[in-house]
Design a protein around this ligand. Sequence first.
Ligand code: GDP
Ligand code: MG
Length: 168
Amino acid sequence: DLEIAIKVVIVGNGAVGKSSMIQRYCKGTFTKEYKKTIGVDFLERQITTGGEEVRLMLWDTAGQEEFDAITKAYYRGAQACVVAFSTTDRDSFSAVRKWKKKVEDECGSIPMVLVQNKIDLIDQATVKPDEVESLAREMRMRLYRTSVKEDLNVEQVFNFLVERYLAI
Ligand code: GDP
Ligand code: MG
């Protein structure tokens, strides 16, 4: 039978925790300083859902997002997307619409999810829960609050994307 492989892109401002999320989900580890392994475009993880074997390929950037210089190759063929921002970085929240539009311009309409990461730092929050919720509602995106550090809700994000993808 055919194996299902899904290319997932993770977008958002620098330092919101994208690389950490990929590392957490695929390797089960968390570090203070994650550096993309040179020469590796993505990490993968295989899961079984509803009897289907699914291979998720999580594509990382090498920090190009900070210079608004993500290449077309990064987006090419993406089938699902995480738009991430940080609880402690208001600019990253303000950039969410821009990131969503970028992905839609490059990939069309693909399953997407909104992720508020670093929820463990809620004491230092620069965004209010209700403004996050209204943005999610307005953009018609499912919202997950995650802590990659504490391993909170990370699996749920990718399970949701897989379910959405398989439902198409
Ligand atoms: P990227 O630029 O979006 O890829 O972000 P990184 O994955 O490099 O993470 C930036 C910094 O945030 C690193 O020091 C991470 O250890 C830290 N970080 C990532 N996720 C979390 C989290 O959930 N909570 C906390 N407290 N720190 C996090
Ligand atoms: Mg990174």
